[in-house]
Ligand binder design. Structure first.
Ligand SMILES: C[S@@+](CC[C@H](N)C(=O)[O-])C[C@H]1O[C@@H](n2cnc3c(N)ncnc32)[C@H](O)[C@@H]1O
Length: 219
């Protein structure tokens, strides 16, 4: 690659920095162009920072745990889990794989577990990701009408009785969002119990009334 094309490739990214683990800085590339997964969403920050809270680490801990992230986008949530010692598979559609791999490489020195990027399209065969992981993470994945059913199907396939599923989403009141959210929970709650994690147990800085953090368990 000549220096001109290298320059223009670098120009198409902008970096989001996140302070983690008392002093380190995670650097997450986002794309100037691309679909919704190419930037970091607020729900991802809320979930990522929750993973670092003393309350969460005491009850679950991430060291050596097998973690799967759905709709990982830039990978920021799964990367934080990997810095806390988890073995994480960051999944998303094919067109997010290059960005996920870039972000894994950039942050490799902070990862004490491991991180791998893989394609997983909701509703399609997910048997490669079994047996059920210890934990499934998903941030801002309830946003696309056609994906609500396939997303619940994938959760049903992948979550075992002992899997801790953390689902963080931003409540949006405009357009089709309320109906989509209602439909998601109607399908989900046939197979999962859901418990809201109160703001007092979340990161004191990174929480918000319109961002909900749920602990789901397979019924
Ligand atoms: C709003 S973005 C959230 C990205 C990231 N979790 C965050 O919060 O920053 C939703 C993500 O879901 C992914 N996604 C959408 N439909 C999908 C599907 N059918 N299968 C797998 N991933 C999908 C998108 O590619 C995108 O990365």
């Amino acid at each position: 690659m000549d220096s001109m094309s290298q320059q223009s490739e670098e120009d198409s990214y902008f970096v989001r920095e996140l302070d983690i683990n008392a002093g380190s800085v995670l650097k997450v590339n986002q794309c100037l162009k691309g679909d919704v997964g190419h930037v970091v969403w607020d729900a991802a920050i809320v979930l990522a920072k929750y993973l670092e809270t003393k309350a969460f680490l005491k009850s679950n801990g991430l060291a050596s745990k097998h973690v799967l992230e759905l709709g990982a986008g830039t990978g920021i949530v799964g990367l934080v889990a990997a810095t806390l010692g988890a073995h994480v598979t960051l999944t998303d559609l094919e067109d997010l794989q290059a960005l996920l791999k870039k972000n894994i490489n950039v942050n490799q020195s902070l990862i004490s577990g491991s991180a791998t990027a893989k394609v997983l399209k909701w509703g399609e065969n997910a048997s490669d990701f079994l047996p059920p992981p210890d934990m499934i993470l998903m941030a801002d994945c309830i946003y696309y009408e056609q994906s609500v059913g396939p997303l619940v199907d994938t959760l049903k396939t992948l979550a075992g009785p002992d899997t801790c599923v953390l689902c963080c989403y931003e409540q949006r009141t405009e357009g089709v969002n309320p109906e989509m959210e209602r439909r998601f929970f109607e399908l989900l709650l046939q197979h999962f119990s859901s418990e809201e994690i109160p703001a007092e147990q979340q990161d004191p800085e990174y929480n918000s009334p319109d961002i909900h953090l749920l602990h789901l368990r397979r019924l």
